[in-house]
Design a protein around this ligand. Structure first.
Ligand SMILES: [Zn+2]
Length: 311
């Protein structure tokens, strides 16, 4: 049905491009001539447009990518920030708890000090007054987030307080150990079990004539009953001593001495240190004695005092 290919009327110009439009139903063939330069120009414009579009596309992709990366980074930072805010709040709570602990420690310190009644330890009380002034500082959490510099100041305050408490406790320990040493060196227990057959002071003479001064107490029990040191100290005499028979004398310091006499056997030597309660001899009846007993004396600065005051 289509007619045979039309033959161009003339040789096409090399500088032109000819498009033939072949219609149906015998209408005349139309040819459109487009100059090559126009085609080149069009291609050039299209290329530039394509380049611009491509560039814009790449730029758009890059911008979107950068924006997404920044968004992710911001989200990460926001999460880190939230986490740190929570941590600071926890730190504030912990600091607040620490302050309360420290306040209790200060109270305890003062209580122990009162119980010891030991003002001469000379502890500076500067640390104990401080927590009160800041005690509410860490409790404002719910209304405003705690400030890190305020927290640091609180922590510094707590550190100073802890140092003061440490010094105070060291002084208390020293005072206590001194007190313990004094207590250990103070006669305070019975030297032997048994029956008190003669008290301290004037008494009718056990030998039958008149009365005499008894510088100690007599405790009677079975032969060989253990005799204990009534306080810690140094044995300064152990041996025979006239009417005292086998005798032991212990120096407890601070001018206090104890004497144990009429022993069957002494178990300690001079120069030996004994503790309160150590068995130092066995009960006997050596020297001027009317029966098995312990003659016990307490001397303060060389003068016999009533041992009952130490029991
Ligand atoms: Zn006696």
């Amino acid at each position: 049905m289509a007619s045979t290919l039309p033959i161009p009327e003339k040789k096409p110009d090399k500088r032109e491009y000819t498009i033939m439009v072949v219609p149906h139903h015998g209408q005349s063939v139309r040819s459109i001539r487009i100059p090559i330069s126009a085609i080149k120009c069009g291609v050039g414009i299209l290329s530039v447009a394509a380049l611009i579009l491509g560039g814009m596309f790449i730029n758009y992709r890059h911008t979107v990518h950068t924006a997404n990366a920044e968004k992710a980074e911001l989200e990460k930072l926001r999460q880190v920030n939230n986490f740190q805010v929570k941590q600071i709040e926890q730190l504030a709570k912990a600091t607040s708890v620490l302050q309360e602990d420290m306040a209790r420690l200060n109270k305890l310190d003062a209580e122990v000090r009162r119980m010891l009644n030991n003002e001469e330890t000379g502890v500076s009380r500067s640390g104990s007054a401080r927590p009160g002034s800041n005690a509410s500082g860490g409790q404002g959490g719910p209304t405003a987030p705690p400030k890190v510099d305020e927290l640091l100041a609180l922590v510094n305050d707590l550190q100073a307080n802890a140092k003061a408490r440490e010094q105070s406790l060291k002084n208390l320990r020293d005072a206590l150990s001194e007190r313990n040493a004094r207590l250990a060196a103070t006669p305070s227990i019975w030297p032997a079990s048994g029956e008190v057959t003669s008290r301290f002071g004037w008494r009718s003479s056990p030998w039958g004539w008149g009365s005499d001064w008894h510088p100690g107490i007599d405790i009677a029990n079975d032969y060989g009953t253990p005799i204990a040191a009534t306080a810690a100290g140094e044995v300064v005499f152990s041996g025979w001593y006239g009417g005292y028979g086998q005798m032991i004398r212990i120096d407890h310091g601070n001018g206090i001495e104890t004497v144990y006499a009429h022993n069957a056997e002494n178990l300690v030597r001079p120069g030996q240190y004994v503790k309160k309660g150590d068995v130092i001899a066995y009960m006997g009846s050596t020297g001027a004695s009317t029966g098995t007993h312990l003659h016990y004396e307490v001397r303060v600065n060389g003068t016999a005092v009533n041992p009952a005051n130490f029991l």
